[in-house]
Structures are given as C-alpha cells and as structure tokens.
Design a protein around this ligand. Structure first.
Ligand code: EPU
Length: 346
C-alpha cells in the first residue's frame, strides 16, 4: 500500500482566529490541514480521531463560532482547476474543494468562460459553494453546476452528485438537510458557456455599466461592476469581521405578502422563480426597524447593508448571536415576519 509521503500533522488547541471571517477567537481541540483526499482517508484509518466529531472547514466565511470546538477541525485545501470536457458551446471545468471561490471566478473570466462572473468576490471556497447554493446579482451556482464529487463519510467511498441529487434551492441544498454531516465535498465541476451572454438584469449592475458608458459589456465588465458594488456596501472581512448576509431573505405566501405590502406599500419584493411565493429583502426590514448602523460593544449591524452583522474587533460569538436574536424578535414584532439565519452557528 503506498503511503502519503508526509502524513498531515494534527495540532491541538489551535486558535480559530485566522480561520473564520467573523474574526472570532475560539479554540479547536484538534486541527488538521488536508491537501489531498488520501491524507484524510489515511487519517481516518488510523482510528486516532474516531472519538471526536470532524468539522470540515473551507474559507470559514459562513460561520459564527460561539464556543470552543471540541472536535477535529479539518481544513480543506484540495486545489487544482482542470478542463474535463468541451463542445462548441460549453466547457466543463472542475475545481478542487479548497480552491478560493473568487480565484476560480477570475480564472473563468480570464479564459472568457461565462456563467459565474456575477458571483465575483463571494468569500469562501469552491467546495463550500454548493452547500448553500451561493448566489449574487441574479445568478446562483445551480445555474452552471454540472456535478460534484463527495466522500461518503460512512462508506469512505467517493460518490457523484448531479444537480437533481443536490436538491438546490435558495441558499439551500441536500447537504444542509438529509446529507448534513454525511459527506465531504472534494471537487465541483461547472458547465461554463463559451458563448458570452452577460446577465445584467440586476439593477445595480446596469447602473454601474451605464455610469461607465459600457453598452456591450463583456464578462470582465460585469465582474468588475459586481466587484465595485460589493466593495461599496459589503465590509471587507480583513478590515471588519463579518460573514456576509447573516439572514436569508424571507419568502411569504402570496396572501401573507399582500398583507405585508398593504401595510408597507414601498417595500421592495420579488417573485420567487417557479412558485407563487414572494421574496422580501431582510436588509430593508432590518433597516426600517432601526437597526442599520447599530452597535453594542464590538457587535453591530453594518452601516451600509443591514443584512450584514459585523464584529468591530473583539466581539464574542454569543454577543453577535444575541444581537441576531434581538433583530429577529424585533422584525417579528414589527412586521410579523420570521427571519431565518443564513450563517451556520456553532
Ligand atoms: N436594502 C435596504 N436596506 C439595506 C439593505 C438592503 O433597504 O440595508 C434593500 C435594497 O435597497 C434593495 C434590497 O434591499 O431594494 C436588496 O438589497 P441588495 O441588492 O443589497 O441584496 P440583498 O437581498 O440584501 C442578496 C444576497 C447577497 C447578494 C445580494 C446581491 C441573500 C441573503 N443575500 O442580498 O448575498 O450579494 O443579494 O445579489 O440572499 C450573502 O449571501 O452573503 C450575500 C452577500
């Protein structure tokens, strides 16, 4: 049996500060970095860490840590981007789970492969992207997703998931429900378009392009517009700790939506594709309830986008969680709307 040249080193009591974009300083009982799947398989075969849970970590950008982690944190670093197939219109490109999502987007844009440019600058890794079907500016990964490979943690065999098996929804997938904790995503394959048809229907993209006088945008123009929009209203985690949108945008039945719109005629709302549900921006609700720019100690609500909770320095995870509970309560009282958390709280 060939052995990996150097077995990954498992560290003990490691600070998670560099590994989560909220900038929360808790410690992990055990911590290991995995560059090849085989390293993880061999680590499991030793049986040394069978007594603790294994927590897989990508960019740590959708995570709020509220206490020390009594588990083995497995930092996924499998890299590599390769073209696996192509025809006249499409190219199938596969990336390792540990590839930084924005690096993958830049790679595609540089090669003129369209379909993911609207998701420029979303923090996190390729492997984490399908978990919550990441999306921005009118596009979600399900739109260009082809398949993913995942290690079944019970059988330790690789399995392939196509779009249907992933059960994607708005910030949802099989891996947040039935498949939770059962698989380690190792690589994701996308079907990108050689024929470029930029998706600019999202208002903010159109206005940035118009300001620049760009009439026939290429995908690099769209990517640059998205980067500009994101940088203007979303805080950079390197400067202010955050995990992007803290809540999901709530969706209501047509009936409940009509009632809400009657009370608040200016409320923005959007139909949900393929259903009669209506989606409302949680950021608007939170701003109207007076929370935008709120700060208590080092926990706060971002001043430019109320959907984003921030850590100004040394906030504890449970202080941010408490703030999120206060916001939920206030939105329920004022609008009768239940907000769901988008970030994983541990
Ligand atoms: N709005 C307010 N006040 C705010 C924030 C937003 O009134 O403080 C209003 C805006 O004026 C606009 C509407 O809410 O009418 C929507 O705002 P925006 O375009 O900023 O998008 P969002 O719905 O707040 C979602 C995603 C973001 C994604 C953007 C752009 C979710 C939970 N969030 O935010 O994703 O970048 O659309 O597509 O769906 C993330 O998931 O971490 C994330 C940042």
């Amino acid at each position: 049996m060939p052995l990996v040249k150097s077995a990954p080193r498992v560290l003990e009591n490691v600070s998670m500060l560099p590994y989560n974009t909220f900038g929360i300083d808790v410690s992990a009982r055990y911590f290991v970095e995995i560059n090849h799947l085989q390293e993880y398989i061999e680590l499991v075969q030793t049986g040394n860490y069978a007594h603790v849970k294994h927590l897989f970590l990508g960019g740590g950008s959708n995570l709020l840590l509220t206490k020390d982690i009594e588990a083995l944190v497995v930092k996924i670093q499998m890299d590599g981007i390769e073209v696996v197939d192509e025809d006249a219109d499409h190219i199938w490109v596969k990336a390792g789970a540990g590839v930084v999502w924005h690096d993958f987007v830049c790679y595609a844009v540089d090669h003129h492969w369209a379909g993911i440019e609207n998701m420029s600058l979303i923090p996190g890794t390729v492997g984490a992207a399908p978990m919550q079907n990441i999306g921005a500016y009118g596009v979600e990964i399900k739109d260009t997703f082809d398949h993913l490979d995942a290690l079944n943690l019970t059988t330790m065999q690789l399995e392939r998931f196509d779009t249907a098996r992933c059960a994607f929804g708005y910030r949802e997938s099989y891996f947040k429900h039935e498949g939770k904790g059962q698989y380690l995503i190792t690589a994701v394959c996308f079907r990108l378009n050689k024929q470029v048809e930029p998706q600019t229907s999202y208002g903010a993209i159109q206005s940035v392009l118009a300001e620049k006088g760009i009439v026939n945008p290429g995908i690099n123009d769209v990517a640059n517009a998205v980067i500009e929009i994101r940088q203007s209203k979303l805080p950079d985690p390197k400067e202010i700790g955050n995990s992007g949108s803290f809540f999901k945008n709530p969706t209501l039945s047509a009936e409940a939506a009509a009632e809400l719109i009657k009370g608040y005629p200016n409320i923005p709302h959007y139909p949900v594709e393929g259903s009669s549900m209506i989606k409302f921006p949680a950021g608007w609700l939170i701003e109207q309830a007076g929370w935008k720019g709120y700060r208590s100690g080092d926990a706060g609500v971002h001043a430019k986008q109320a959907l984003v909770l921030v850590n100004y320095g040394h906030a504890k995870g449970n202080e941010i969680q408490m703030l999120s509970e206060q916001i939920k309560k206030s939105i329920l009282e004022k609008f009768g709307v239940v907000l769901e958390t988008e970030v994983n709280i541990l």
